[in-house]
Design a binder for this molecule. Structure first.
Ligand code: SF4
Length: 163
């Protein structure tokens, strides 16, 4: 299948820290696509975008268009209906670019693990996903810790309050 054939662009992976370290001034921009599921992971990402989480302080921010994004965050059960949307978002992103699955559904299907007429059972079955943030759902703090670990950023107490 053609969905996201260049997951985690090699250039991006090798050069992410040198080219664009996360910081308030030049954040790593995130674009989120929810592909189905219960919506729980999407809600956690929405929470991450607001106080008390200091996403910008940790060096990240959300954008409204994939054309401005560095990283595509995928949540949800990856329905076949959403596959063209996912592909279009990926194609619209400039290179270097990366893809991260957030939550069990996007990674391996979670409760929707069986591939059928409606869902593809998780992205890792279809493409080589290089980074996944596990959980059902992962908390905003989990997502922020995962992003910071991947990009070498720091999550201070203000950026990731205890829950
Ligand atoms: S991983 Fe869990 S919380 Fe996230 S969309 Fe799937 S069922 Fe919902």
């Amino acid at each position: 299948m053609g969905l996201i054939h260049a997951v985690f662009d090699g250039m991006f992976r090798q050069a992410r820290q040198a080219a664009k370290p996360p910081g308030e001034r030049w954040p790593v921009w995130l674009f989120h696509v929810d592909t189905g599921g219960c919506g729980g992971c999407g809600m956690e990402l929405q929470a991450l975008a607001h106080l008390p989480y200091d996403l910008r302080g940790a060096g990240f921010g959300f954008v409204e268009t994939p054309r401005a994004a560095d990283v595509l965050l995928v949540t949800g059960a990856v329905t076949w209906a959403m596959a063209p949307v996912l592909q279009a978002a990926w194609d619209a992103m400039p290179t270097p670019k990366g893809l991260i699955t957030v939550g069990a559904c996007a990674q391996n299907g979670g409760p929707f693990f069986a591939e059928n007429y409606a869902v593809m059972g998780g992205l890792e079955r279809k493409v080589s996903v290089d980074f996944s943030i596990p959980g059902c759902p992962p908390t905003p703090a989990d997502v922020l810790a995962g992003l910071s670990a991947l990009f070498g950023g720091r999550v201070g107490a203000a950026a990731a309050p205890a829950r």
